[in-house]
Design a protein around this ligand. Structure first.
Ligand code: TMP
Length: 233
């Protein structure tokens, strides 16, 4: 996977955001999207699992804690890739072919970190599925938000608690995993960044604005043409 670049048939720029639960990905994607819009570029946003009709059903099945214990690790991995294949087909490839900029909240690195390392299924199995099911599609840039592992765990717990209090949301299957699981996820992300320094840019801790500024700087440096009309950088 490391040497695989985005295939030339796509004209747009494919950017993914990665990180453990509680790393602030969703906020940072929104910030980058806002900045791109201010330059007249309307990005296509999506999340994995989710965003397609099928994907949201897969997401609900996977993340609903009521299913805890009933989904085998390999089934979980297969469902992640089923979701991914569908969103590539329905959203990502059409958008890239149209020359759009795509910001995707999680992609194959999440499967490598969570199923490969977290669940112990191994990197090779995940990368083999990526080759088989993702149509050779690799992000041009992956922004990896990798805060201190303890801080991330605290934030994930808090977020879960608030979500449950506010709307009874029950997406806590993954957050209910033990600390050792999260440490494996964290280590796997660090290893991916080390293995693919060209693609993966790691952004460490900081307040929302500091991290957003770092993300903008990376995007601007990597895609100057995309950024030519953005003001105030
Ligand atoms: P999020 O969308 O709130 O980041 O959460 C999605 C959860 O799904 C998160 O705990 C990570 C997990 N996940 C995997 O385990 N493997 C995957 O391939 C993907 C995309 C997500």
């Amino acid at each position: 996977m490391s040497a695989m670049n985005q295939a030339p048939r796509e004209q747009g720029v494919f950017i993914t955001f990665e990180g453990p639960d509680g790393s602030g990905k969703t906020t940072q994607i929104a910030r980058l999207a806002e900045w791109l819009r201010s330059a007249g570029t309307e990005p296509v946003l999506l999340r994995q699992p989710g965003s397609t009709g099928l994907g949201e059903r897969i997401r609900a099945t996977l993340l609903d804690s009521r299913s805890e214990g009933t989904i085998a690790p390999l089934t979980e991995l297969a469902l992640m890739f089923a979701d991914r294949a569908q969103s590539i087909h329905e959203i990502i490839l059409p958008a890239l072919t149209d020359g759009r900029t795509v910001l995707c909240d999680r992609y194959t690195d999440s499967s490598e970190a969570y199923q490969g390392a977290g669940r112990g299924l191994g990197t090779e199995r995940v990368l083999a599925l990526h080759r088989a099911l993702c149509d050779g599609l690799q992000p041009r840039l992956t922004v990896l938000l990798l805060p201190d592992v303890d801080a991330a765990l605290d934030r994930a717990r808090l977020r879960n608690l608030h979500a449950r209090e506010a709307n009874g949301s029950d997406e806590n299957r993954f957050e209910a995993e033990g600390e050792a699981f999260y440490r494996r996820v964290h280590q796997a992300y660090a290893a991916i960044a080390q293995r693919e320094p060209e693609r993966v840019h790691m952004v460490g801790d900081g307040d929302i604005e500091t991290v957003a500024a770092r993300v903008r700087a990376i995007v601007q440096q990597r895609f100057p043409a995309l950024m030519h009309s953005v003001a105030g950088v």
